[in-house]
Design a protein around this ligand. Structure first.
Ligand code: PAF
Length: 285
């Protein structure tokens, strides 16, 4: 994989190949879930003969962390990340500095207005104030720097995926947003860079999130599904920040008696296990 450590190396790469790559934005600390995103993007790049192939960005974006402690301890593993990019089929990996991404400072150019999915659902938007403003800010900037035709995002961050889809629909040069399914450990635990902070007993406790989602998927109504989410988590001594079933596109609440299968819906959970905040979601259909 070609390592583009600076913005001028990326600019040179784009001059050589032209715009239109398939982008995978990441914050590094890459794991098997990212490898699946990169393979997906590399296949798309091959099938569409995308100029520049699959390009991965590795950038821990300070503006999306509402908790400074979370930013400070976020794992940074560049050498291993580059190897994973290589094995998964990326053509280039771009790892800019904060100054290159934000040449006028991190507070300059905040997004003028945020898409609906970033402000109204009362999920991540309510529990991580400022988070989506940072995500929208950095993704818009990464699109500007890398000029992709398509960008692949994981379904694990379902609300982020909806926010970015709505954001990109408003951009002058539209980027096609491609969702990629969540990769799970054999236990069901969704892959996440933050899983490294779970102790063995906490890993076991954390499996309740995916168990709750599977159990809810059997329930006939929104009300019953939400009760099942809460009960399964309570059984594992987990008090969630939210455990809900929502409209899959807008993430707004559905009437409690809505029957399963009548509208595209998604079950979503956020919960702390020890000091680690985990999120997971699955179709409710
Ligand atoms: O999902 C992530 O890793 C980040 O939110 C993203 C999209 C790379 C923006 O920093």
């Amino acid at each position: 994989v070609l390592h583009l450590a600076h913005a001028d190396a990326l600019a040179h790469y784009l001059t050589r190949h032209g715009p239109g790559c398939v982008l995978v934005p990441t914050m590094g600390a890459l794991h098997a879930g990212h490898a699946a995103l990169i393979r997906h993007a590399a296949n798309l790049a091959r099938d569409t003969a995308a100029p520049g192939g699959c390009v991965v960005t590795i950038f821990v974006n300070p503006t999306q962390f509402n908790d400074p402690a979370d930013l400070a301890r976020y794992p940074r593993t560049l050498d291993a990340d580059l190897q994973l990019c290589e094995h998964a089929g990326a053509a280039a990996a771009f790892s800019p500095s904060v100054d290159e991404v934000y040449p006028r400072g991190t507070a300059a150019n905040p997004p003028a207005s945020l898409p609906q999915a970033a402000t109204t659902p009362g999920l991540e938007d309510a529990h991580r104030p400022g988070h989506f403003a940072g995500v929208v800010q950095v993704v818009a900037r990464l699109f500007e720097l890398t000029r992709p035709a398509q960008a692949v995002f994981g379904e694990k961050d379902w609300q982020q995926l909806r926010v970015i889809d709505q954001m990109s629909a408003r951009l002058p040069s539209r980027v096609r947003i491609v969702p990629s399914p969540t990769v799970r450990e054999p236990s069901g635990l969704a892959m996440s860079s933050r899983n490294v902070f779970l102790s063995p007993p906490q890993r076991e406790q954390a499996q309740a999130l995916s168990r709750a989602l599977s159990a809810a998927a059997q329930q006939p109504t929104v009300a019953r599904a939400e009760a099942t989410l809460r009960d399964t988590l309570a059984h594992a001594a987990i008090t969630p920040e939210y455990a809900v079933v929502r409209d899959a596109a807008t993430l707004l609440p559905l009437p409690p008696q809505t029957p399963r299968g009548s509208v595209p819906a998604r079950a979503l959970i956020a919960a702390r296990v020890g000091a680690v905040r985990l999120i997971d979601n699955a179709p409710w259909a």
